[in-house]
Ligand binder design. Structure first.
Ligand code: A3P
Length: 288
């Protein structure tokens, strides 16, 4: 495995900016009823949803005057280079994380704090991940065939995609959790924002809702310094590479990467792994 992976209790974290002391004590991290957790497997729309939550919760962000500080009010819990003490944060605390279900603080299982799980079709996740690794990180490989192998073996940050989503789905009754699909957000952003607001008990005026939707589109985020992570990634990994965090933001880019044979292999694994998981997936922009 790569040296930039940090394996802890069977799960691959990224080593960069990881707060190891914190994750070792994650189980005891004190949860508040008002906490909101965004959970994702990497490359499934994490930063997109972080922006959406910022826009919903912070008026200054919605008015376009928020800055990186507003964004930082939705921190990763495991990647915390500044060692922010979350216990000092005012409520409601908002977090993003890639952690698997079996590593969450036990206090989250009392069903009070809210959890939103964003998932994306795994072929697009894999392709997005391939470009991200290759073009933005000190990556393992720039070969797609090799990357697909690593992805299917779980030798990437986030470990195995199937384990991540199955873990969360199979234990959903322990949480106050809402599943939301990247593709659903892409096809109906406004409807998705409304659904999330309902889950969070947030009421936005029509005007505010418009402001959220407008500022959460791919084009807008790409040009929004509050959302654009390119500089941050360069600092984080200490390298200058040519890629951009806002790459394509589409549904079905896997078709431009995978051969028929690779696709067939992937489908077989997907069918076996996901046979008991009735979550809906969208693989193509034209699909309903
Ligand atoms: P692509 O590489 O397919 O373009 P994460 O934040 O979990 O790392 O996910 C990154 C993926 O989300 C990238 O996918 C990125 O372009 C996409 N993304 C980010 N903001 C988006 C938006 N507003 N709309 C659609 N996709 C978005």
């Amino acid at each position: 495995a790569d040296s930039f992976l940090f394996k802890f209790k069977g799960y691959h974290f990224g080593r960069e900016e990881l707060d190891i002391g914190f994750i070792e004590n994650l189980d005891d991290f004190v949860i508040r009823e008002s906490d909101v957790f965004i959970i994702t497997y990497p490359k499934s729309g994490t930063i997109w949803f972080q922006q959406i939550l910022c826009l919903i919760y912070f008026e200054e962000h919605r008015k376009g005057i928020g800055n990186l500080e507003t964004v930082e009010r939705i921190p990763f819990i495991e990647y915390n280079p500044q060692k922010v003490d979350f216990a000092e944060r005012p409520s409601p605390r908002l977090f993003v994380t890639h952690i698997p279900c079996y590593l969450v603080p036990r206090g989250l299982k009392n069903k009070k704090a809210k959890v939103i799980y964003i998932y994306r079709n795994p072929k697009d996740v894999m392709c997005s991940f391939f470009h991200f690794s290759k073009e933005l990180t000190p990556s393992s490989t720039d070969n797609f065939v090799e990357f697909m192998k690593l992805f299917l073996e779980g030798e990437v940050v986030g470990s195995l995609w199937f384990d991540h989503i199955k873990g969360w789905y199979e234990h959903k009754s322990l949480f106050n959790i809402q599943f939301l699909m990247y593709e659903e957000m892409k096809k109906d952003l406004r409807g998705s924002v409304l659904k999330v607001c309902k889950f969070l008990g947030k009421e936005l005026s029509e005007e505010d809702l418009d402001a959220v939707v407008r500022q959460a589109t791919f084009e807008n985020m790409k040009n929004d310094p509050r959302a654009n992570y390119d500089d941050k990634l360069k600092t984080c990994f200490g390298i200058q590479k040519k890629g951009h965090f806002f790459r394509k933001g589409t549904i079905g880019d896997w078709k431009n990467h995978m051969t028929a044979e690779q696709n067939e292999k992937f489908d077989k694994i997907f069918q076996t792994e996901m046979k008991d998981i009735p979550l809906k997936f969208i693989w193509d922009m034209n699909e309903e």
